[in-house]
Design a protein around this ligand. Structure first.
Ligand code: 5CA
Ligand code: ZN
Length: 423
């Protein structure tokens, strides 16, 4: 499906280093350095039943910065994102609100695109809805059945008589745990809350994930050779879309930390069962953004929406500065105070950028590169800009006009290319 228009990325002199980030799978730092001249990045997209909240925005801005840093290190970035445009929560919300699920999805996807453009997030090369890839996903489910990696669980509520759901057999997967590093007990503790169905009768193991759901009455379904009319389970969509678009062993699988188990764990295990691993070379996760003491989530309803802030006249660059002011590995809560601080910072930058001379601009560029390559220290990068603005001589003092013109131009380009903010 269409993504959104990308803002231009200005060219900068020289090059930054390849970023070191925290890899959930190895539990430690990892340098993201692609084998060829293209870094392959997959980030789990939205389930479009409600608009973009600040938690989503934090995740997509974090991976936007990662992509910008990789480009600045001299490689291309092949960026892919999915849209979970058919799944239980979407169908339930459409039913609750008396809407056609396709219309609900289309409306929320459009709102998401508008939010991403406003936040100056670079668009993925491929923005792929599950509904666009049902045949391929179904063929992979069939392959897992044929190889014995998956099995059938009969159900009585399906529309077609004698039809079965399909599950992956995790007992045959020694790599389970390779992404999250979790014990079986930890997995079981959250599985039901995170879309799993540990108590489903007929499963071989409580943790076995659903690969294909035979259609129940009133549910959308698709015909795929060798399967009952139905639709894909959640994890297999990302296994298929990521590997299909990027190939095996792509550089980074990204998303919020709520996806480390079961979603990224199962996506990787399924990829291994299909074609042999590894699925991704690194797994990078954004910590959760909260509001009023709880994770911001569509299901809980404690949301601050990007679109509402924008409609209320908030400058999207200030929203972006709130997000960049937090480290991706530290959970944090949205407050109006954070927005006020960001608005003041943006105003100070807008006023001060024109006073930065060429030497200071070059030093700032080096500082930004150094901070961002070090585990995406965006807060440190913002502090470096604050310091450069504060140290710039007042209008009429210090360096000559030509040096200020080139210094402010370079500063604007550096902030734009690396942070996605153009003051
Ligand atoms: N469609 C699936 C992924 S395949 C999904 O998780 N959709 S979502 O709409 O629930 O979330 C979209 C992205 O935002 C995911 O990467 C998720 O991990 C991230 N996310 C959701 N809530 C938060 C939050 N409160 N803070 C940070 N990131 C979040
Ligand atoms: Zn996903």
């Amino acid at each position: 499906m269409n993504s959104w228009p990308s803002p231009p990325v200005p060219a900068l002199p020289g090059r930054g280093g390849f970023p070191v980030v925290h890899d959930s799978a190895s539990g430690g730092p990892r340098t993201i350095r692609p084998e060829g001249d293209t870094a392959r990045l997959y980030v789990c997209g939205i389930t479009p039943y409600d608009a973009t909240h600040l938690g989503h925005a934090a995740t997509y801005v974090t991976f936007d910065v990662l992509g910008r840093v990789l480009r600045d290190a001299g490689v291309d970035v092949d960026y892919v994102q999915n849209v979970t445009d058919v799944d239980d929560p979407l169908l339930e919300r459409a039913q609750r609100d008396g809407l056609d699920w396709r219309e609900l999805a289309a409306r929320e996807i459009q709102l998401f695109r508008d939010d991403m453009s406003a936040l100056r997030v670079l668009a993925p090369r491929a923005y792929v809805g599950v509904v666009e890839r049902i045949a391929g996903i179904g063929a992979d489910v069939r392959r897992l059945l044929d190889s014995g990696a998956a099995y059938l669980v009969p159900n009585d509520d399906a529309v077609q008589a004698d039809s079965s759901d399909v599950y992956l057999d995790v007992s045959a997967r020694p790599d389970l745990g390779g992404v999250s590093g979790w014990t079986r007990e930890q997995m079981l503790e959250v599985y039901a809350d995170r879309g799993g169905d540990p108590d489903r009768p007929g499963k071989r193991d409580a943790l076995d994930p659903l690969l294909w759901r035979a259609a129940r009455p009133g549910e959308p379904s698709w015909e795929v050779d060798g399967l009952p009319a139905g639709r894909p389970g959640w994890h297999i969509e990302c296994t298929y879309i990521a590997a299909g678009e990027l190939g095996p062993a792509f550089d980074v699988q990204g998303g919020g930390i709520d996806l480390v188990f079961p979603h990224h764990e199962m996506s990787a295990v399924q990829a291994d069962a299909l074609d042999g691993g590894p699925f991704a070379r690194a797994y990078v996760h954004q910590e959760m953004v909260g509001l009023d003491g709880h994770k911001m989530s569509k299901s809980r309803g404690n949301l601050v929406l990007v679109s509402k802030l924008r409609a209320g006249g908030v400058d999207p660059a200030a929203i972006r500065l709130v997000l960049l002011g937090q480290h991706y590995r530290t959970p944090w809560e949205w407050t109006d105070d954070l927005l006020r601080v960001a608005e003041n910072r943006l105003a100070a930058w807008r006023e001060g950028v024109d006073r930065i001379d060429e030497d200071a601009a070059r030093a700032l560029l080096a500082a930004l590169r150094e901070r961002l390559a070090d585990d995406l220290d965006t807060a440190g990068a913002l502090a470096a800009v604050d310091a450069a603005v504060a140290a710039a001589p007042g209008a009429g003092d210090g360096s000559d006009a030509a040096s200020r013109t080139s210094g402010s131009g370079l500063t604007r380009d550096a902030l734009d290319a690396l942070l996605g903010v153009r003051p």
